[in-house]
Design a binder for this molecule. Structure first.
Ligand SMILES: [Fe+2]
Length: 326
């Protein structure tokens, strides 16, 4: 071996050592544990410009990774989850919101509602509950006492009460947007036999804050079970029934609107409502009508609503910003 050959061999050896070291360095940068991978992903979102989005993304990554790690999720289970969420999206259309239903049945909707309620707790204000997937904006305005249903829709019922502020002062002109199912358990948007906006209407409180409407006594109904959420409920051994209720969104100028329900106190699903929406203060008796009540109703329910004042910075009146769901 010549001196020149030795120099070449040394250079080659140095080159090989350099390459090996580079490879080792590259390997060290790769996460070796789940915790290292989670840290790497969190760092990738560190520069998200919007502070609230950054906070939400970081929390999402932390909890999602914790969920995958805790359950030792397999590739097959991960793919099954992807398929489930894909089908949930594919089940949504102009009249069906499977994602809200998924959120409702997992209790996420009620949790968001509860957190909002705790954050803006105003003593005496009517408690809120889930919107549900069947709200339709733009219901017709009705006259006081008007019937929102048809004779074949169920037991004729008078619902009445007052809309006030939290000090008990009447809120003249307050609006009450109500919707419910017929006795067959179906909303108008689910039932081709019902005309559009059947069992829906917006009522306006009088100078004394009073409102009055005719409808039917609400019944229990199962949430839609012909989609992925139905499969989830069956796989979990859960029933699909909602406690009988009338939906309401109450709003008034200068006050915080409330999205809520009136629940029938005699209903069998009050303790196991499939979307976790029942609150004690929203449960009311639907009593048989007495001789003093109007002759055309079989039941009477009384429900007062009380609204908290709007925060100073907000504009009034406000209505919830809700996409058309169903
Ligand atoms: Fe409902």
């Amino acid at each position: 071996m010549t001196t020149e050959d030795m120099k070449t061999a040394d250079a080659q050896a140095a080159q090989a050592a350099q390459t090996a070291q580079a490879a080792q360095t590259a390997q060290a940068a790769q996460p070796a544990t789940p915790a290292e991978l989670t840290s790497q992903v969190l760092r990738a979102y560190d520069d998200t410009p919007d502070a609230r989005l950054r906070e939400i993304l970081a929390s999402l990554v932390r909890h999602l990774h914790a969920f995958v790690t805790e359950t030792a999720l397999t590739a097959e289970e991960w793919m099954a989850g992807v398929r489930f969420l894909t089908e949930t999206g594919q089940k949504c259309d102009a009249e069906r919101q499977e994602f809200i239903l998924l959120s409702d049945t997992l209790g996420a909707s009620s949790l968001v509602d509860l957190l909002g309620h705790l954050a803006s707790r105003e003593p005496g204000a009517t408690e809120s509950t889930v919107l549900g997937p069947f709200y339709v904006p733009g219901a017709p305005h009705r006259q006081p006492g008007e019937n929102i249903g048809r004779p074949q829709d169920g037991a004729p019922t008078l619902v009445r009460g007052r809309i006030t502020d939290t000090a008990g002062r009447p809120l003249s002109g307050a609006e009450l947007d109500v919707w419910q199912t017929a006795a067959n358990g179906l909303y108008d948007v689910q039932d081709p036999q019902q005309p559009p906006f059947n069992l829906r209407g917006i009522f306006t409180a009088g100078p004394d804050g009073r409102y009055e409407l005719r409808t039917v006594r609400p019944v229990s109904y199962p949430v839609p079970t012909d989609g992925p959420v139905g499969r989830l409920l069956r796989a979990s051994g859960r029933h699909a029934w909602r406690a009988a209720h009338i939906h309401a969104i109450v709003s008034a100028r200068g006050h915080q609107p409330v999205t809520t329900h009136i629940f029938d106190s005699e209903n069998e699903y009050l303790d196991s409502d499939t979307v976790f929406g029942v609150k004690d203060s929203l449960i009311k008796p639907f009593r048989p009508a007495s001789p003093e009540d109007p002759a055309d109703v079989a039941y009477v329910a009384e429900m007062d609503f009380s609204l908290a004042p709007s925060p100073p910075s907000s504009r009034a009146p406000r209505t919830p910003r809700i996409p058309r769901t169903a």
